[in-house]
Ligand binder design. Sequence first.
Ligand SMILES: Nc1ncnc2c1ncn2[C@@H]1O[C@H](COP(=O)(O)OP(=O)(O)OP(=O)(O)O)[C@@H](O)[C@H]1O
Ligand SMILES: CC(=O)N[C@H]1[C@@H]2OC[C@@H](O2)[C@@H](O)[C@@H]1O[C@H](C)C(=O)O
Length: 400
Amino acid sequence: MNANLTRLMAAAQKPARRIVGLMSGTSLDGLDVALCHFAGHGPATRVIVEHFATVPYQQAVRQEIRRVFARPEVELQHLTLLHAWLGRLHADMVLSCLRSWQVETCEVDAIASHGQTVFHAPRHQHGRAGWPNATLQLGDGDHLAVQTGILTISDFRQKHVAAGGQGAPLAVYGDYLVFSQPGEDRLLLNLGGIANFTFLPGTLAATEVFSTDVGPGNTLLDAFVREFDPTKSYDEQGALAAQGRANEALLAELLGQPFFGEALPKTTGPELFSPAYVRAAQQRTGTGHLSPADLLATLTEFSAAGIALAVTQAFGPTRLLHVYVSGGGLHNPTLLAAIERRLPQARFATTDALGIAPDAKEAVLFAILANETLAGNPLSIGHGPQQVPAVALGKISFPG
Ligand SMILES: Nc1ncnc2c1ncn2[C@@H]1O[C@H](COP(=O)(O)OP(=O)(O)OP(=O)(O)O)[C@@H](O)[C@H]1O
Ligand SMILES: CC(=O)N[C@H]1[C@@H]2OC[C@@H](O2)[C@@H](O)[C@@H]1O[C@H](C)C(=O)O
């Protein structure tokens, strides 16, 4: 048998394994690297995060990604180069994390790499009749495998699309396996560039589980803060928004986007929720004069309102939900306060209460997906339009 396959089978058959989960999200803040120790798979999965770091992207890296990020038209050569360049950059970042944690590459069974989303195009967003859902992540897994010498599983979203999904949210698989709790209706709310949640019923009925994007999280806040002050990349602690007052006319106009009326589950991205979208809404409502603080206050309310709308759409206004928050938006108290005010029926905590640091959660989720691809079986989750594709996700890259 090919030596790579022998190694793959050995990794798959181990009772426990170590997987490095990688996530670089729509905020372009950096690469999240989580070294996870797994025992078991499927509903018996036990995961411990041994080490976690966010390796920040240098400004120059962000600029290279922004040349193609969420843009319908790009320079094809640059896109091509980025695919290889990001693969190598991510490999260097993994190797430097492992060095600083004093972990040898031979002690790691696999890397689970999400890659960098550069364009997300679900059907409802691209609107081309007869064309499928589509999504594109860069940072090819072969480069990671060859540069690090570690078996790499990557490009998880394509199989989801191939099997009828929109390529996201993939959080549902890992959330279901590690965060379900009998007797507690849980909502795992992630506040990244885009906000999403997974519902985990206290009955543990897998058919009721689903995951959906709900609208912008931080993406618009970041974009306008950058525009007001290019030296900043986000509204530190939500301080600017806290100084302003939300403009109700603009808020209502922003919420008029048909995305908010669509059935759950659904996905979106900065392709739709962009500064251009906000400016057009400002023009229609004559609110182009808003101060930076008032605009940030309005956009912060917009993110909170999108989340509350989806929760109410799914569960009605009174259901008691235990919400566990993760993602960078957790560091924005103005955003959190707005969400809590709009969901008075919910109890809030962070995923720390569930044993996973909120900043590490998405990287851990991809490690869980790789663990399932290696050792698990396709999971049957959801029902009807909320059915989650029951497939093994990701592509396997051998180091040699
Ligand atoms: N101290 C802080 N104050 C305010 N906001 C913060 C702070 N730290 C992080 N954030 C927000 O969190 C964002 C990063 O969040 P995160 O890493 O969860 O996003 P992501 O994974 O890139 O997004 P997605 O989940 O949509 O792919 C930053 O861009 C910023 O908006
Ligand atoms: C296409 C894409 O990269 N989507 C991301 C993004 O960031 C948050 C939200 O939009 C979510 O749909 C998804 O990531 C998480 C990890 C997911 O798939 O569950």
